[in-house]
Write a protein that binds this ligand. Structure first.
Ligand code: IPM
Ligand code: MG
Length: 367
């Protein structure tokens, strides 16, 4: 029997409900495939601010570093909205990403056939399917660049411009190379097509991305690499999503287009994500949806994104491919049988159930 230490950060809002669900599913995987998962629950986000004054207590980061992998629910909520930017619950996410050196964020945007009516796109577009893997750089660029405030200059007529705030987009060759490699490796395991999304008509940092991507592409002769400006990419994503396979992009562009890609699948409550660092170091897995404080504690949250995040964890951090497949198949089967949480219920035949029952259905389908 193999055993794995999983750091669990339930977080805020519906976070605890959905991580509970994911852990229950992992326990079932443990029973079926003879693995042991040792969960240790850790504080981060708003609940950590309340308990310790700190969005990411040092003990949490240390325990995460010491785990095989991290499973996170969601952080944030209106209760903490008035705190200054660097003390908000979301800070915990950035510090976890930075602290664990999680430079590669994998955000699959998959259209579940049974849920295709939920997509805001026309049927003729959706019918071709959507299966995109966004590889977002996660520890550099605008999010982590030099920032600050300074005295602004003067307008031409001498009027003072007041305080000026700035953020910087800086990427080194090494940072670009390692994320672009993740994109190429991902493309090799899929349909061998990689799109680098940038703004090379304007940004110097994007021009370096192109140079590095072109250089690395010689090591991956089978992968067709193309480049697309981010403004065009955001149009093409709604016009012909089926033409995209793997997208690699910066932290900021990835933040934006991954929300767009998630939206066009119609089921944000279904989307998992993985954040990975150097091979052999713990990754972090979390649903893309937020903490949804309005439905917290009501047994209404969709646990499937967290459950699918646990599947990604098995696949990308623990090398348990069959087990990951088993979870993904169970989720597909449960959806195909008409079971829905409220957020994904559209048709008259949908059978609406709560978080706990949905989790039980998935567990029962893991065979
Ligand atoms: C995301 C979120 C975060 C980000 C926020 C909450 C800091 O939007 O994970 O996409 O901007 O990265
Ligand atoms: Mg975002």
């Amino acid at each position: 029997m193999s055993s794995f230490r999983i750091a669990v950060i339930p977080g805020d809002g519906i976070g605890p409900e959905v991580t509970n669900a994911a852990c229950a599913v992992l326990e079932q995987i443990g029973r079926k495939f003879d693995h042991q998962f040792d969960f240790s629950e850790l504080l981060a986000g708003g609940s950590a601010i309340d308990a310790t004054g700190d969005a990411l207590p040092a003990a949490t980061l240390a325990a995460c570093k010491n785990s095989d992998s991290v499973l996170l629910g969601a952080v944030g909520g209106p209760k903490w909205d008035d705190l200054p930017g660097n003390r908000r619950p979301e800070r915990a996410l950035l510090d976890l990403r930075g602290g664990l050196n999680l430079y590669a964020n994998l955000r699959p945007a998959i259209l579940f056939e049974a849920l295709s009516v939920a997509s805001p796109l026309k049927a003729e577009i959706v019918d071709k399917g959507i299966d995109i893997m966004i590889v977002r750089e996660l520890t550099g660029g605008l999010y982590f660049g030099e920032r600050g405030r300074r005295a602004g200059g003067n307008l031409e007529d001498g009027t003072p411009m007041g305080v000026e705030a700035y953020d910087t987009e800086a990427y080194s060759e090494v940072e670009i190379e390692r994320i672009v490699r993740v994109g190429f490796d991902m493309a090799m395991g899929r349909s061998k097509k990689l799109t680098c999304v940038d703004k090379a008509n304007i940004l110097e940092s994007s021009r370096l991305w192109r140079e590095v991507a072109n250089k690395i592409s010689s090591e991956y002769p089978e992968v067709a690499l193309d480049f697309m400006y981010v403004d065009n990419a955001s149009m093409q994503l709604v016009r012909r999503p089926n033409d995209f396979d793997v997208i690699v992009t910066t932290n900021m562009f990835g933040d934006i287009i991954s929300d767009e890609a998630g939206m066009i699948t119609g089921s944000i409550g279904m989307l998992p994500s993985a954040s990975l660092g150097k091979p052999g170091t713990p990754g972090m897995y979390e649903p893309v949806h937020g903490s949804a404080p309005d439905i917290a504690g009501m047994d209404m949250a969709n646990p499937l994104a967290a459950i699918l995040s646990a599947a990604m964890m098995l696949r990308w951090s623990l090398s348990l491919t069959r087990e990951a497949d088993a979870i993904e198949k169970a989720v597909t089967d449960v959806i195909a049988s008409g079971w829905r949480t409220k957020d994904i219920a559209y048709g008259q035949d949908d059978k609406v159930i709560g978080t706990k029952e949905m989790t039980a259905k998935v567990i029962a389908s893991i065979v």
